[in-house]
Design a protein around this ligand. Sequence first.
Ligand code: ZN
Length: 229
Amino acid sequence: METVVSHYRNNERVTEFNSKYTDPVLVTSLPALEDFTAKTFTRNMFREVRKETEGACAMNTELIIQDGGKLYFKCNIFGVPEIDHVVEFDRVRGMLRCKCLWFENRGIPCMHIIACLKHQHVEVIPERLVCKRWTKNAKSDFMKSNVDDPSDSDKVLKCRLGVLGAECSRLMDVACKNSIDFVEAINVVVNTITKLQKQGENPCNGNLDDDYVVDPLVVKSKGAWCTKL
Ligand SMILES: [Zn+2]
């Protein structure tokens, strides 16, 4: 059982690393949109969205109704004009709905929605069509939401470790690329550790507004050492 769990955790780490620290080759004819999805979604979900993006590139899209802030499109696959899909685009709310209900079922936008974004020269997927559970930050955002749970101190400790670990990994990835950033990062880390260690030794040092007693200053005087009270 331990081997299986260890294997499972290792797979999770490898997948997480690939999602966060490697960049896929952009292959569609909508590179800006594809780049946005690569930076937003986990690698597996990015591949699924890319399939939809490739499908959108081969679609014919026509604006059929414009009603105030709402646009209605008719989409069909090139070579199959008899099957239409109607998409509603609410520009005010940044929401798109397609009759195929792919987004409602799968949590990613369908090719018809992406075709409408292409028609309107929109280069990012609207926030409402990005499910948090499929994003790269889903895990760290969940842990951040639990770092102050007063009911479970063990869970809080693990979540804090996880969040700090993720942020440290990001810092390492960014700061190792040139010497100036590296020196700045290492100074910040060392100073922070020193400050926290001092606060740990004397918690009152962390808040200068509090009244607290410190050791008296030692001054040198003629003939003998004495303390200045
Ligand atoms: Zn659709």
